[in-house]
Write a protein that binds this ligand. Structure first.
Ligand SMILES: [Zn+2]
Length: 262
């Protein structure tokens, strides 16, 4: 039962992080779960809303890429619940703020820099999907925290030894929940306070891209969702938006009512 619960938890909670592609972990999780997951998935599917397509948000509908620069949609992974699509706008975003923003102490100045980067990233994406800041994290669709993402404990499958995890600077994870008999998701982003000003903005931009639904990485370093950090971080690219638009044209169980149980 413990294992069963673990599998369900894995199906419903996932995270993605910059610099954290750990194939061994992915492979071992797959091996561990391949057989029972199929049965669990089929049972769960009956309880979940059927996959359906939401109307394309006006902001994305307006987006036309005249040069046809393509996308990296093939890199995006749907979940058990389909694509991670928001269907109620504006999307409610909570992010940490210092309790005393006018304080001139270095700690507070650093905190304010972090806030500025997050606000900037929200402003940039807001053109394509509208967002609004909320002051209560309990009411938020996306929560952005100023702390270090947790370290994953990885076991090397060959040696059985615990590997020393790599420190991460940013991570996004999701959880599903049910409210008013409808299926929803909540995204939590963690961005390290240790990041420098430029990296803060690129991390916030990148992670917010994940939280808005780009659950995967680009293989081109000119895209904000490139899988690694680069020296000169790019702005949101036409390919990022082409990908986002394509995602929002896909079916999802999120935002739809649960089937009535007879
Ligand atoms: Zn990423």
């Amino acid at each position: 039962m413990q294992k069963y619960n673990m599998i369900i938890t894995q199906l419903f909670k996932k995270k993605i992080s910059l610099f954290s592609v750990n194939l061994w972990l992915v492979i071992s999780v797959l091996l561990l779960t391949i057989t029972p997951v199929h049965a669990v998935k089929n049972d769960l599917k009956k309880l979940l809303p059927p996959l359906q397509i939401h109307p394309l948000p006006i902001t994305l509908n307006q987006w036309q890429n005249s040069n046809n620069q393509g996308d990296y949609f093939e890199q995006i992974k749907p979940t058990l619940d389909g694509y991670l699509i928001w269907s109620e706008f504006p999307i409610k975003v909570y992010f940490d703020r210092p309790s005393n923003p006018d304080d001139t102490a270095a700690v507070t100045r650093r905190f304010n820099q972090w806030v500025t980067a997050v606000e900037q990233a929200i402003t940039e994406w807001n053109i394509y999907l509208s967002m609004i800041e909320v002051s209560d994290p309990n009411l938020a669709d996306i929560i952005i925290k100023r702390n270090d993402p947790p370290l994953d404990k990885n076991i090397n499958p060959e040696t059985g030894q615990l590997q020393i995890p790599r420190a991460r600077t940013a991570q996004t994870r999701y959880e599903f929940y049910i409210k008013n008999k409808q299926l929803f998701h909540q995204m939590t982003i963690q961005i390290s306070p240790r990041l420098g000003e430029l990296s803060l903005l690129s991390a916030a931009r990148h992670e917010l891209g994940h939280a808005l639904g780009i659950w995967g990485h680009s293989l081109q370093e000119t895209d904000a969702l490139y899988f690694s950090q680069v020296g000169n971080p790019p702005p949101i690219s036409p390919r990022d938006i082409n990908t986002l638009k394509k995602i929002y044209e896909q079916p999802t169980r999120l935002g739809w009512p649960l089937p009535s149980q007879s």
